[in-house]
Design a protein around this ligand. Structure first.
Ligand code: F6R
Length: 369
């Protein structure tokens, strides 16, 4: 049942090229345009959307954070991400032109379900991004966009995360396509690149021996920090969450720009820090800014574990370790950069002799508030 792998989580990590590929499958026509009739929301209704609120918890909320960057960039529609358990109680501002997108692997998370019901009661249009057919959240929503990751057994989410991000990209690109003009042209180009990502993940998965080795020597580590920026910020958060859940190690993810506003005080000699580096062609010179961050923390003794694109030589002088990922366009990078972090957490958990698939105190789906 584990397909030759020791754990479900390892198996599911290796299924990620399919999780992304299958989530794209059958959603384009021959001309390469997105077709989402399955949504059963009229184009007019979608074109009228002037605001998007994403509701989710945990890893799914990090997928939502990635989606915010991408959807705002592609559509210029404002997107807000709310933790589902906060959304209900914060007197949310929604109208019939608000699209509330819930993200849930299980489709049964009580917090997310209640957020969706609340949004619907307030008159919003609700779309569920969900991995489980026939589950409650899609039933309670106006529309559903299924992720096709297949059943996820390990308690810690991996392939569902990539599929959630992919589905949100599809939704964002579809909205851009509906806007037409240069929005549609740009969306078309990004979609083509997105279709190349599964092969890149496959290649990356064959190339992760070094991160496994690093993890095996870190079984005694008490704290690990993760830095990212732009779409790499939620990836840093997700890397930290995986480590907490699986290896019971204190871990924190930060936006790299926040470093000098406080967290840099945590840096002391030997402190391991993962840095998710944006690709060199990320707008606004963000790549260079993150490279400077690496330099700053290294000068204070941090052990820098750098996740960088192939060919990015600028990081080399400041990296204790470089974990390479294939190059892709800036918005799509999370589908690649998170993979070494998943494998790091898996391997460290294994090195500590812990139960990777069933971490303590956690349940696969949280059906109580
Ligand atoms: C983390 C993890 C959780 C879930 C969260 C939402 O590895 O699995 O953070 O992502 O509980 O679950 P779903 O997506 O089923 O609503």
């Amino acid at each position: 049942e584990k397909g030759g792998y020791d754990t479900f989580m390892e198996k599911e990590i290796h299924e990620q090229p399919h999780a992304v590929g299958d989530t794209l499958l059958g959603r384009t026509d021959e001309a390469g345009h997105l077709v989402l009739d399955e949504l059963r929301i009229s184009e007019e209704q979608l074109k009228a959307v002037d605001r998007i609120t994403i509701v989710a918890c945990g890893t799914a909320a990090y997928a939502g954070m990635v989606a915010k960057y991408a959807i705002e960039h592609w559509t210029r529609i404002p997107v807000e991400v709310a933790l589902a358990h906060e959304f209900r109680y914060c007197d949310p501002i929604v109208s019939e032109r608000t699209l509330v997108v819930s993200i849930s692997q299980s489709g049964e998370t009580m917090d997310t379900l209640m957020a969706v019901k609340h949004a619907r009661d307030l008159g919003a249009l609700t779309v569920s991004v969900c991995n489980t057919h026939g589950s409650t959240i899609p039933r309670e929503s106006d529309a559903v966009l299924y992720t096709h990751a297949g059943p996820e057994i390990a308690v810690a989410s991996t392939k569902a995360f990539l599929a959630q991000i992919t589905a949100c990209y599809v939704l964002g690109l579809y909205l851009a396509q509906l806007r037409g003009g240069s929005y549609a042209d740009d969306a078309h180009a990004v979609l083509k690149e997105l279709q190349e990502v599964p092969d890149k993940i496959e290649k990356l998965l064959g190339d992760l021996d070094r991160v496994r080795e690093i993890a095996r020597f870190m079984a005694d580590t008490r704290s690990v920090l993760f830095l990212g920026r732009h779409v790499g910020y939620p990836v840093a958060m997700e890397g930290a969450l995986k480590l907490k859940e699986l290896a019971y190690i204190h871990a924190e993810g930060f936006a790299a720009g926040e470093l000098k506003h406080g967290p840099i005080a945590l840096i002391e000699p030997g402190q391991p820090v993962f840095i998710v580096v944006p690709g060199p062609d990320t707008p606004h010179g963000l790549h260079g800014k993150v490279v400077s961050n690496i330099q700053e923390i290294r000068a204070r003794g941090a052990r820098t574990l750098v996740i960088a694109q192939e060919g990015d030589t600028a990081v080399e002088p400041f990296a204790d370790e470089i974990l390479r990922v294939p190059a892709t366009s800036p918005m799509l990078a999370p589908l690649l950069t998170v993979v070494p972090l998943q494998v790091f957490a898996l391997e460290l958990s294994t090195a500590k002799g812990l139960d990777v698939d069933q971490p303590r105190n956690l349940a696969k789906s949280v059906t109580v508030e």
